[in-house]
Design a protein around this ligand. Structure first.
Ligand code: HDE
Length: 756
């Protein structure tokens, strides 16, 4: 017990004797590894004592956590932390126990206010590498050819609290912090290119309506309730965004499989002052994929961390998610319209067929956070964090955000010095003349935190344009003061979205509206919403009405579309003339990489272990993950006599059929009589995911009522490379929609149209 003799006094009752010994030996090892032991020995000598500098208070940039001993926050080494200081073994506790009071006080204040929106999120570090394609259009250094910029990206849901489930129906935040050499640039976007409202002044109303209703604080993290639909049914410009949120975009398969959009129009500024208007897009290399609704709901219970886990697992597994950043570019005309589309209206998009997305560079997320709170929770995005070469526009939604993000950090992060928190720090040198404030980390020097000054030699200097100074584009802003919204056709692009969907996507939109409006308790709200949907697409409204047992009253007949805020709707479009945009569909006939996709191999004692190993290795070499799932954990035995065993990854108790992208049934598993296995396979089948079986694995398919020649089902005698290639291609194609029967409302509507 060297520990007892080294002067720390650690001889009393502490955590456990074993733990003490462990700590001592850990320290010894750490010292040996760093060579620290030698230094410590020297410190004991007179020479070291004499030359040791007098310690000054730390000027370190990082709050230190560097003692090898447990200490108080003041650096006092602690001898005991498991029992409070008491008068006698059974109490009472003494007020003089400074360690107890400090420990509990700090604990009491561990939580900071969660984000008022986007509270639930997951983040990752990475790098952005520019292609240089935008070099002519912007002087931003990080967009010049080959420049690599560190990034931190945070994905999120919007409505739910910090502890809510990942897979709820919601918009996803897609916020990227670029630590550029010229300062921090935040691209704070969503996974949908438009928004519910056109003016930021309505944002508190929107969020109050969407959040849990204030009397009982239910429902959590969902819009399927009366107040949300009450509000949006009264907001004329909301239908386009509602189409997006009722589509499969709102239940992504993975953060790695989402597009991202800057939503607003930005302005790029070239070195010679030329400007262009742009919309930012992130395109995932893995394609854009969704869950199916039932899967999303089941996952919310079985694995509320599904997206967070998926992102972290992929990064830890070395299959780094990647996105290409691109822009749609428009001439910076005086009216800021493009092809009849109002570029300052965030409820409108510009179809990619009219303005293709031009790639600028690639983002790779390659490192998980070290500490969730320090990084993902404390990261502070702000749409006003721009660097030279990028400017904002007059979009009234964007303008309100420019105020909001800075303001909210003051409450959330406790004061104006949040830029000094490690995750928020600029890598470009900072000298801002800001002083003091709570949690100030800097030890400022000098007497002149003001400009102009002469006493401080005029420092810090102002940067001219040639020295990288940020110059706001001198655009003329004029107009009579007014509280009016600009003219609009709020349905045109909502209709375009509906028309651009494949049948199965339309069916899902019908189901989503039916589910959500089915939770609305006020019939007038449902009726008003159906009238709005009728203005988008009569087929959509009628099909939703069927599910609700309600009737559609067209606007012309019922006049239900009064606008709550009483402003006059303009007549003139602003929505352009494109009636369809195939690029909006997620269902594309394309096969994507299967990086990090999860395949379950259903097996049990007696299974063909050699076959399972081949399946697992082939899937892993394609970048996918294979989980062997059996009725029990531990290991399973092989079919032949002998001691061959295979470790099981998950059991029926810990795995679930909703967490996978495909299922393989191993020969010899004998699961055909297991009700759990039967419903397992049926669930995977119902969710349109590829299924494969070899050998007598087909018996389980038969027991589940699944035909061996059903779409997306592959059956062989023995696993082979070809069999596995077919499976990988099927996973890369995402879902086997051909399995679905025609949607009942589609059939009924077609029949009633045929009759009339
Ligand atoms: Fe946000 N939004 N927002 N938002 N937003 C916040 O900022 C706000 C909007 C978006 O991972 C808040 O730091 C207003 C559009 C993302 O930390 C807050 C308006 C888009 C994130 C705020 C909008 C977004 C936020 C809450 C209407 C897509 C999460 C905490 C004018 C382009 C960033 C915070 C992260 C977060 C305000 C509308 C995206 C309150 C006032 C449109 C991705 O400042």
């Amino acid at each position: 017990m060297a520990e007892k003799n080294n002067g720390t006094g650690a001889s009393g009752r502490s955590s456990a004797e074993g733990a003490l010994t462990g700590n001592a030996s850990k320290r010894a090892k750490a010292k040996a590894a760093t060579g620290d032991g030698a230094t410590t020995a020297q410190l004991g000598s007179n020479v070291a004592r004499v030359t040791k500098p007098v310690l000054t208070p730390r000027t370190s940039k990082v709050a230190a956590q560097d003692s090898e001993f447990l200490t108080t926050a003041q650096g006092v080494r602690l001898q005991h932390t498991d029992d409070s200081l008491k008068a006698g073994v059974r109490g009472s506790t003494l007020l003089e126990d400074f360690h107890l009071r400090e420990k509990i006080t700090h604990f009491d204040h561990e939580r900071i206010p969660e984000r008022v929106v986007h509270a639930r999120g997951a983040g990752a570090h990475g790098v952005f590498e520019a292609y240089g394609t935008a070099a002519n259009a912007t002087c931003a250094q990080f967009l010049q050819s080959g420049v690599r910029t560190p990034v931190f990206t945070r994905f999120s849901t919007v409505a739910g609290s910090r502890g809510s489930a990942d897979t709820v129906r919601d918009v996803r935040g897609f916020a990227v912090k670029f630590y550029t050499d010229e300062g921090v640039f935040d691209l704070v976007g969503n996974n949908m290119p438009v928004f519910f409202i056109r003016d930021g002044i309505k944002f508190p109303d929107l969020i109050h309506a969407a959040k849990p209703e204030p009397d009982l604080e239910i429902p959590q993290a969902q819009t399927a309730h009366t107040t949300f639909w009450d509000f949006v049914s009264l907001i004329p410009e909301s239908p386009h965004m509602l189409m997006w949120t009722m589509s499969d975009r709102a239940i992504p398969r993975s953060y790695r499989m989402m597009e991202g959009f800057g939503v607003h129009t930005f302005r790029l500024v070239a070195a010679d002052g030329r400007t262009s208007l742009v919309k930012f897009h992130w395109k995932p290399v893995l394609g854009v994929h969704g869950l199916v609704w039932e899967e999303a709901q089941m996952l919310a219970g079985m694995d509320p961390d599904f997206h967070r886990r998926d992102l972290a697992n992929a990064i830890a597994g070395g299959v780094f998610p990647e996105w290409e950043l691109g822009v749609q570019v428009f001439p910076d005309t005086e009216d800021q319209f493009f092809e009849g589309i109002d570029l300052l209206d965030s409820t409108k998009l510009v179809p990619e067929e009219l303005a293709p997305v031009q790639p600028l560079g690639r983002m790779t997320l390659n490192r998980n956070p070290t500490n969730y709170f320090a990084e993902t929770e404390q990261v502070a995005f702000h749409s006003g964090h721009v660097v030279r070469g990028i400017d904002v526009t007059d979009d009234p939604l964007m303008q309100a955000r420019l105020f909001s993000y800075l303001d909210t950090q003051l409450t959330r992060l406790g004061g104006p010095n949040f830029a000094q928190i490690p995750i928020n720090r600029s890598v470009a040198p900072v000298n801002d003349n800001h002083r003091d404030g709570s949690m100030q980390q800097a030890v400022h020097q000098g007497r002149t935190p003001y400009l102009p000054n002469s006493v401080g030699g005029g420092c810090p200097f102002l940067a001219g344009v040639d020295e990288g100074g940020y110059v706001h584009v001198p655009k003329t802003v004029e107009g009579a003061k007014t509280r009016q919204r600009s003219g609009d056709d709020p349905y045109f692009q909502a209709t375009m979205f509906w028309r651009s969907m494949t049948e199965v996507e339309q069916d899902h939109i019908v189901d989503a509206f039916t589910f959500e409006l089915g939770h609305v308790e006020v019939q007038g709200v449902v009726d008003r919403m159906l009238t709005r949907l009728d203005a988008v697409a009569s087929e959509l409204a009628r099909r939703v009405a069927m599910g609700l047992g309600a009737a559609v009253v067209p606007a012309a007949e019922g006049g239900l579309l009064t606008d709550g805020s009483g402003f006059a709707q303009g007549e003139d479009g602003g929505a352009g003339s494109a009636t369809e945009s195939p690029a909006l569909s997620m269902n594309v006939a394309q096969t994507f990489p299967v990086d990090g996709r999860v395949v379950q191999v259903l097996a049990d004692d007696g299974a063909d272990l050699a076959g399972i190993r081949l399946v697992r290795e082939s899937l892993m070499s394609a970048g996918a993950v294979a989980h062997v799932v059996a009725t029990h954990k531990g290991s399973i035995t092989g079919g032949r006599r002998g001691a061959d065993r295979l470790v099981v990854d998950r059991s029926f108790h810990t795995a679930s059929p909703v967490e996978v992208d495909a299922l393989v049934i191993a020969h010899g598993s004998g699961l055909a009589m297991s009700p759990a296995a039967i419903t397992w396979v049926q669930t995977v089948y119902r969710h349109c995911k590829p299924i494969a079986a070899w050998g007598d694995g087909v018996e389980l398919l038969a027991a589940a009522g699944i035909a061996v020649d059903a779409p997306g089902v592959t059956v062989v005698d023995k696993p082979s490379k070809r069999f596995l290639q077919t499976l990988v291609v099927a996973i890369g194609g995402h879902r086997v929609w051909e399995r679905l029967d025609p949607h009942p409302t589609r059939v009924t509507l077609a029949a009633s149209e045929a009759r009339s």
